[in-house]
Design a protein around this ligand. Structure first.
Ligand SMILES: Nc1ncnc2c1ncn2[C@@H]1O[C@H](COP(=O)(O)OP(=O)(O)OP(=O)(O)O)[C@@H](O)[C@H]1O
Length: 253
């Protein structure tokens, strides 16, 4: 598998907004999972969501994907069929690897037979074509996540949301998935529509490698929103958010 360069390619972010959240609030009973979140993400950006357990990262991704409706506030995002979302543990139909990708296409309106070639091409991109007729549930965790990426890739989404996609993978599988995320967000063909990628991660190395912008959440509040270089500049971060700086310090120790 090709190795990703250490740094993401030059920004392709346009000025068109892909995602806009305005004063978004989500409560689960007494828990305030998102508190007055304002956020604007341009088409083509790669954005990392970081923060401690329970800080609201998954909730934010689910709100954008339309899986959670905020009690108050406005959400503007591409239509669900223009989005793909990956979870820490991908869902797998008890069917072949190819059928899992075809099913994703079929769910969005591609006739079953017509989806076959697209599914195989997507599997080629994640280097799983040789396992196309295997049962998907028999794949390793890393292979399943690559399959989930192929399923997303086949659908050519405008927006890719990933909720800790490598959290349960070994270092080698993690590297493979990161390489694919990087390729997904930086297509070789510059004429491709810019893909917007938003991912939650506890892995700060991964954040440095894949994100151009970092958002820090603390108890549902957006406390810092910085270009990646500034987020990892402790002087800048301390001035913007002592909470985020304390979090970073704890992680880097
Ligand atoms: N379906 C739910 N029902 C009740 N409470 C929920 C639900 N989903 C999230 N919460 C609560 O909302 C808060 C934010 O959770 P969320 O999963 O968004 O955090 P997170 O930053 O993704 O955490 P982690 O890093 O542990 O995955 C937490 O207090 C969590 O317990």
């Amino acid at each position: 598998m090709a190795v990703a360069s250490d740094r993401p390619a030059a920004p392709r972010a346009g000025s068109a907004a892909s995602v806009v959240l305005q004063r978004v609030n989500v409560h689960f009973g007494a828990v305030r999972a998102l508190a007055d979140v304002d956020l604007r993400i341009a088409a083509g950006e790669s954005v990392a969501l970081v923060g401690g357990n329970g800080s609201g990262k998954s909730t934010l991704l689910r709100v954008v994907h339309g899986l959670i409706r905020p009690q108050t506030g406005h959400v503007h995002a591409p239509a669900r069929r223009q989005q793909a979302m990956l979870f820490q543990r991908p869902w797998m139909l008890r069917a072949s690897v190819r059928a899992n990708v075809q099913a994703g296409l079929w769910l969005r309106g591609t006739p079953w037979r017509a989806g076959r070639a697209q599914a195989l091409a997507a599997l080629e991109r994640v280097q799983l074509a040789h396992l196309a007729e295997r049962n998907a549930r028999g794949l390793s965790g890393g292979q399943q996540q690559r399959l989930a990426l192929a399923r997303a890739w086949a659908q050519s989404p405008e927006l890719l949301l990933l909720d800790e996609p490598t959290a349960s993978l070994d270092p080698y599988a993690k590297h493979e998935v990161e390489t694919l995320m990087h390729a997904f967000a930086n297509p070789a063909d510059a004429s491709d529509a810019p893909l917007t990628m938003v991912f939650a991660s506890h892995n700060l190395g991964q954040v440095k490698r894949l994100a151009r912008r970092v958002i820090y959440l603390d108890q549902g509040r957006l406390m810092a929103d910085l270009p990646v270089e500034q987020f990892f500049d402790r002087t800048v971060l301390r001035a913007v958010s002592p909470e985020a700086d304390a979090f970073l310090k704890g992680e880097l120790l």
